[in-house]
Design a protein around this ligand. Structure first.
Ligand SMILES: [Zn+2]
Length: 316
């Protein structure tokens, strides 16, 4: 068995939000194609993402939010049978179809199953190729293509259910992980480090809390400047925190070819960031890393960037 797990599920392909939407099922195809073409597929252990249970996702979300999403899905399916609309709109960018609820639970389920396997030592690290993404999902709110927060749920699960004392969340998506911040701010067991384009969606700043190192950067910032801020701002805090496990919100929309953001990262930057996170994990976390797909909308750049990320995780 390879030490790097690759969690995914066909349900994650069935969730879609209408024609032309950038957060589309083809994103997962682009990643799969790249794994096959590069031969990287052979270096990974493929695993099915299970459905998360409701009490697990309630580690990060209010019962009200979880029931509202489940209810919306049930109503949509019921009305669809009677000729109703195909989508239930959450905001202008975010919608559920008849398959979304299962895809949502698979995303959180993948992150927690990966956490179990990595803590049990069955895998050294894992990547969850799931959608919808999660890092904009707040405790009480779905937004920005996200419904439940996969990474925040898994981080809470690691401390609450596995009893880890300190974990870290690394978020390199071009957008601020406002949902993750909403869920973990003030929880000293969980350190969140990120950089994000600012001003930009979701149009807030980071909150002032001791467990957050969220670094805004202006549009057109390139990889070299991002590497510098990681060395000066992220790494000292990660070393100080000594996380027993590291979660990655792996969004690849800071890539220079991605039109949803205006930053200038390339594949080599994603490899470099992954190396740095892996160094910290090797020193403090027994190598334990669980990475979950967030953004990344230029299909070619997404496939190449995930390949670069996975090559470092799998050491090939
Ligand atoms: Zn993003």
């Amino acid at each position: 068995m390879s030490k790097t797990g690759y969690f995914t599920h066909r349900d994650c392909r069935k969730h879609e939000m209408g024609p032309g939407h950038p957060e589309c099922p083809e994103r997962l195809d682009a990643i799969e194609d790249r794994l096959l073409v590069s031969g990287l597929d052979h270096a990974l252990t493929r695993l099915e993402a299970p459905l998360a249970s409701l009490d697990e996702v309630e580690l990060a979300h209010s019962r009200m939010h979880v029931s509202a999403l489940r209810g919306l899905s049930a109503t949509l399916i019921e009305e669809l049978d009677a000729g109703g609309p195909r989508y239930a709109m959450i905001d202008p960018d975010t919608a559920m179809n008849a398959y979304s609820w299962n895809a949502i639970l698979r995303g959180a389920g993948a992150a927690m199953a990966a956490t179990d396997a990595v803590i049990a030592g069955e895998l050294e690290n894992a990547f969850c190729a799931v959608r919808p993404p999660g890092h904009h999902a707040c405790r009480d709110k779905a937004m920005g293509f996200c419904f439940l927060n996969n990474v925040a749920t898994a981080a809470k699960y690691a401390v609450e259910r596995h009893g880890l004392k300190r974990v870290a969340i690394v978020d390199f998506d071009v957008h601020h992980g406002n949902g993750t911040e909403d869920i973990v701010a003030g929880d000293e067991r969980i350190l969140m480090v990120s950089f994000y384009q600012h001003p930009f969606y979701p149009h807030g700043g980071s909150r002032d809390a001791d467990n957050l190192v969220n670094v805004p950067v202006p549009a057109y910032t390139k990889g070299l400047a991002v590497r510098e801020l990681i060395e000066t701002l992220w790494l000292p805090r990660l070393e100080q925190h000594q996380p027993e496990m590291i979660f990655i919100s792996a969004g690849f929309d800071a890539h220079r070819e991605d039109d949803l953001g205006q930053l200038g990262l390339v594949e080599a930057d994603y490899a470099w960031i992954t190396e740095r996170v892996k160094d910290v994990a090797r020193r403090y976390s027994k190598g334990r890393i669980v990475s979950c797909l967030e953004g990344g909308y230029n299909l070619s750049a997404l496939g190449r960037s995930v390949e670069a990320h996975l090559r470092v995780l799998a050491d090939v």
